[in-house]
Design a protein around this ligand. Structure first.
Ligand code: NDP
Ligand code: 8X3
Length: 261
């Protein structure tokens, strides 16, 4: 019996990168879990669901389309969960994105809206939707927020994204204090540079620009972060991995990189 035996885990942004790897890592560690996988790209979720079923026969998976920017979709997701997935124990607020590298004054309003609605409002609304479920079981469970080094070390060309991740950090710390009388653990995981689709999204689908970001460096993999998420979730209930900052060895700040070529 492990500390996540029979737990129900909801992951946002499970179609790619860190969210996808987190689903696989949870399943690798404990095959009695129930996973609720959400994202906008449902075909990716279907692929992941079948990979999980093939590799880990006993893991139960429910996948559902969810755009975290849409509050009605969040409410519908929670209301329409199948009975055996309703009792969520762990929420991984992972969905997030960056758009562009424009400086303030040049950032499109639509990009500001998309980043803030996804990274900030989406995470706030998901948390509000799931928290009553954790309270209903006597105040137990985990909320794991994926922040970023960008929330601690803001950089030029990333103002909106950095501000969005700083907002996640402030929200996370308030929440941990608000819930001090409960056993609900509020955990923030702040990755440095991880090679995922993050940069492809930033450069609006330009794969060669995205690839150039990782040239001459050895970025983290999404599995590296997934291992930290699952490590935090599998600690003894009294142990709160409140805060982590994870770099690859060439990095010591958001833009502080040691390029070897
Ligand atoms: P990916 O682009 O690979 O994955 C992002 C995930 O978020 C996708 O599954 C995407 O799914 C989902 N997503 C984006 N917008 C929405 C939305 N509106 N509603 C629901 N889901 C959404 O990037 P990463 O795995 O790298 O990013 C995961 C998290 O890690 C993000 O919060 C990011 O800010 C953070 N992070 C990433 C770092 C990096 O260097 N890669 C470093 C630090 C933090 P879909 O498009 O199908 O909806
Ligand atoms: C992603 C890290 O530095 O590319 O959150 O913005 S950074």
């Amino acid at each position: 019996m492990s500390r996540i035996t029979n737990k129900t885990i909801l992951i946002t942004g499970a179609s790619s990168g860190i969210g996808r790897s987190t689903a696989l890592e949870f399943a690798k560690v404990e095959q009695s879990i129930k996973l609720i996988l959400t994202a906008r790209r449902t075909e990716r979720l279907a692929e992941l669901k079948s990979e999980l079923k093939d590799k880990f026969k006993t893991v139960k998976v429910h996948s559902a389309a969810l755009d975290v920017r849409n509050q009605d979709e969040i409410a519908n997701l929670i209301a329409s969960l199948p009975n055996d997935f309703k009792d969520i124990d762990i929420l991984v607020n992972n969905a997030g994105m960056v758009l562009g590298t424009e400086k303030v004054g040049e950032v499109a309003t639509s990009d500001i809206d998309a980043m803030m609605q996804t990274n900030v409002l989406g995470l706030f609304n998901m948390t509000q939707a799931v928290l009553p479920i954790l309270h209903a079981k006597g105040g137990r469970g985990d909320i794991i927020n994926i922040g970023s080094v960008a929330g601690r070390d803001p950089y030029p060309g990333g103002s909106i994204y950095c501000a969005s991740k700083a907002a996640v950090r402030a929200f996370t710390e308030s929440l941990r204090k608000e819930l001090i009388s409960t056993r609900i653990r509020i955990i923030e995981i702040d990755p440095g540079q991880v090679e995922t689709e993050f940069s492809v999204v930033r450069f609006r689908g330009d794969k060669s620009k995205a690839d150039a970001i990782y040239e001459g460096v050895d970025p983290l993999t999404p599995e590296d972060i997934a291992e930290v998420v699952v490590f935090a979730a599998t600690r003894r209930e009294n142990v709160v991995i409140a805060d982590t900052l994870i770099f690859p060895s060439h990095q010591a700040g958001a833009g502080f990189m040691h390029r070897k070529s």
